[in-house]
Design a protein around this ligand. Structure first.
Ligand code: ADP
Ligand code: ZN
Ligand code: ZN
Length: 732
């Protein structure tokens, strides 16, 4: 066959490739970019195949305008992974590939290194004694960072080093600016371990030996509480990999990419390290991508999207805090980076380690089924101790913006002692259950074993299982009280109320919104460390990766909205949050205390969590999931749709439901829930509804979807309504 036609995946929302003619003196390559005419546009796409036949008459095909790459952008393991992800997550291949490229490559920039600004020590800088700079810790930090060779300007900025400090050092003649081809030096040759290693304990040694006994693919769950030495295990696992000249990929949650984390790896090894995260600009992102592909980085640490970095010679993958929700992408290609990382390790035939103090139930299930090896670290390094905990039964108590009097009193005690207090809110459930504040009774569907969900807009209760609707009952069906409240009410006003309750103390709220700006989180964390704020309000993100030695009281003020959420993962998230904060509050000299507010202190999951720990909690929760036919025992697909008119959205989802149910593989084990209003039922004037398809069989699910999607696309309503498919959704 002499190929004269190229199949090209274009970045457009269509599930197909397009055929173009090849010019014989400018041959494209599979996996490389080409520029092609598309309607009136010019698009950059990826060649997925070369062939000599097309379903279209050859004289109708247009020719490729320009071949951009002479080599494929991805080696087969990663290219295959992307193709697989496109299918599995039902996202068009062209868009998937575009998603996995740095923006500059999407725009057609050449896939090779350009020069970057670096900083290096001068002779004078090298001879500076670091301990002479105790009054200029930032300067000392820079000198320390440069001791193993030049570091790029961008990398230094991501270490919380400011341009001004760099200038000061340059003026002193201690450091000098260089334009470098990001050092094309051969790091493998000069690899060394650059700090003293602690003596491993038995469990660490066993974990390391187990992983090292098999250099090929294997997935290892490393379960150990905070401070049990997981990072030390990662470092030890990296050592032989790097020594053999291979690279390492470390994935961390969005909030986990702290200078402390990065520095631990930098201090230990003399290898170039790159970070990949949402704060990078286009050229930084491109540089990291190239550093991986061209073997110019030994270690890449990054958030979710770092998974798509190409590597010349990848030797190991580590996913830290593998249970973290930020690994799931919530729009466009809705992938789960942990799951795809396991798949990538499999295709690359290398080991992967999933680390967590509180593994996801999915991961524990996989370990139980023998798919993953389960390694545990039970001992905590040092003498840190777990915080004490207590439960406040708030039934019938007056709640001031969600705070009970006993909690307020306890807060005052800790604040007056000069300590800090941290309050946790759950991510607010927008459609909560409804509960009696006097006795804790929760309105339940009479036909199903499920709680009613309150839909505030319509003022109705609705069962998401059988779609029964009814008005809110006037009284509690158990005690007759008229104090029926949505679970978790009142917390919106919390911040204002705190200013009134504790005028002499300053409050800061840390969440995704308040920390969106680059560097904002670091500034807050620094201010908290300096005791500029005494009361910290946060969501789950505050619990991760940070130690607050002066926080001696942590309160989870709204446990019920997690226990009775219609998102079945909410209780798992609550448990993970509890373990995380209990492990971090206070320090040896100032032991911490964790308080939980609930109407249901007797709740089985809560009891097992508080008295038996995460291990028993997770086993109990898994049994519940199995009985309720929920993941990981079944697989879900979430279809969301929104439009200006509620009926249209609902109608479309009814039609989609019909398409699912008419699939030949749809049997009595499958079920469809909905259409139901989405948790945020109305956003920016648009009505949002959802439909959930559930089956115990992953293959059946994929079969149903692959037939259903083109059928849905043909529906006239599907063109009027914005809709999306989320395979294995994380938030319901
Ligand atoms: P994790 O990642 O599980 O939170 P780390 O690896 O960060 O735990 O370890 C917690 C602390 O204990 C760190 O300061 C680390 O240097 C130290 N540490 C870890 N393993 C050992 C060990 N075997 N001996 C002494 N100290 C250790
Ligand atoms: Zn029902
Ligand atoms: Zn009641």
């Amino acid at each position: 066959m002499i190929p004269n036609i190229a199949r090209v995946a274009l970045p457009i929302p269509l599930d197909k490739t397009f055929d173009y003619l090849i010019t014989p003196n400018d041959l494209p390559i599979v996996g490389g970019r080409v520029q092609v005419p598309f309607g009136r546009q010019r698009l950059i796409g990826i060649v997925t195949a070369l062939t000599d036949s097309s379903e279209f008459p050859i004289e109708q095909l247009k020719a490729i305008q320009k071949v951009i790459d002479k080599a494929p952008l991805w080696m087969p393991p990663l290219f295959d992974l992307l193709k697989w992800a496109s299918q599995y997550y039902q996202y068009p291949l062209g868009d998937t590939l575009a998603n996995a490229m740095p923006a500059l490559l999407r725009k057609g920039r050449e896939a090779s290194q350009t020069t970057l600004k670096f900083w290096a020590l001068t002779e004078a800088g090298k001879s500076q004694p670091l301990n002479g700079l105790t009054r200029a810790p930032k300067q000392a930090q820079i000198l320390r960072l440069l001791q193993n060779g030049a570091v790029s300007h961008d990398a230094l900025l991501s270490e919380e080093v400011s341009s001004t400090t760099l200038k000061t050092l340059a003026n002193k003649g201690w450091i000098i600016e260089q334009q470098q081809q990001p050092k094309s030096q051969n790091w493998q040759k000069q690899f060394s371990v650059t700090e003293e290693k602690p003596r491993l304990n038995e469990e660490q040694a066993l974990a390391i030996a187990t992983v090292n006994s098999n250099p090929e693919f294997g997935c290892y769950l490393l379960e150990g509480v905070t401070g049990s030495g997981k990072t030390e295990v990662y470092l030890n696992l990296l050592e032989p990999v790097l020594a053999a000249g291979k690279q390492a990929l470390i994935l961390v949650p969005e909030i986990g990419l702290t200078p402390q984390t990065i520095n631990r790896f930098r201090r230990r090894f003399n290898v170039p390290l790159e970070t990949v995260h949402s704060g990078l600009n286009d050229s930084e992102r491109m540089a990291a991508w190239l550093a991986g592909r061209d073997n110019q980085a030994g270690i890449i640490i990054g958030t979710r999207s770092a998974l798509f970095t190409p590597f010349a010679n990848l030797g190991i993958i580590i996913v830290d805090e593998e249970h973290d929700a930020s690994y799931k992408q919530q729009d466009s290609l809705r992938y789960h980076a942990r799951d795809l990382a396991v798949m990538r390790a499999n295709k690359e035939n290398i080991p992967i380690i999933l680390g967590s103090a509180t593994p996801a139930l999915e991961t524990l299930h996989n370990a139980k089924m023998g798919k993953y090896h389960h390694l545990t670290l039970t001992k905590r390094a040092g003498n840190a101790q777990l915080a004490r905990h207590g439960v406040i039964d708030v039934k019938g108590l007056y709640l001031n913006a969600g705070l009970s009097a006993p909690l307020i009193a306890e807060m005052r005690k800790h604040l007056n002692a000069g300590n800090q207090v941290m309050l946790f809110l759950n991510r607010r459930g927008f459609s909560p259950a409804i509960m009696c504040h006097e006795c804790g009774w929760i309105a339940e569907c009479h036909r199903c074993d499920a709680y009613y969900t309150l839909h505030q807009q319509s003022g109705e209760l609705r069962c998401h299982h059988c779609a029964t609707q009814r008005p809110i009952m006037p009284q509690c069906e158990q005690c007759g009280s008229t104090q029926l409240l949505p679970v978790g009410v009142g917390t919106e006003q919390l911040e204002n109320q705190l200013a009134t309750l504790f005028p002499e103390f300053k409050t800061v709220r840390i969440d995704r919104d308040s920390t969106r700006r680059k560097g904002a989180l670091e500034n807050y964390l620094e201010a908290i460390k300096n005791n500029e704020y005494q009361i910290l309000i946060g969501t789950q993100m505050l619990a991760k990766g940070h130690h607050f030695p002066n926080v001696t009281l942590v309160a989870l003020i709204d446990v019920d909205s997690a226990l009775f959420s219609n998102d079945f993962r909410a209780s798992e998230r609550l448990a993970q949050l509890f373990i995380q904060v209990a492990g971090r509050a206070g320090r040896a000299s100032k032991p911490g205390e964790v308080l939980l507010q609930t109407h249901h202190p007797e709740h089985q999951l809560l009891q097992s969590l508080l008295h038996k720990g995460y291990g028993v909690f997770s086993q109990t929760a898994l049994v519940e999931r199995q009985q309720a036919m929920l993941p990981p025992y079944t697989h879900l697909v979430l279809i969301r749709a929104e439009a200006n008119d509620s009926d249209t959205v609902c109608q479309l989802l009814q039609q989609i439901r019909g398409i699912f149910e008419s699939s030949p593989v749809y049997d009595q084990d499958c079920c469809v829930l909905g259409p139901n209003p989405a948790p945020l039922a109305r956003r920016a004037g648009r009505y949002r509804w959802q439909l959930i398809l559930q089956t115990p069989n992953r293959k059946a699910l994929q079969q149903i979807l692959s037939v259903a999607k083109p059928a849905i696309q043909l529906l006239p309503l599907a063109k009027k309504v914005r809709w999306s498919i989320d395979v294995e959704p994380q938030d319901l």
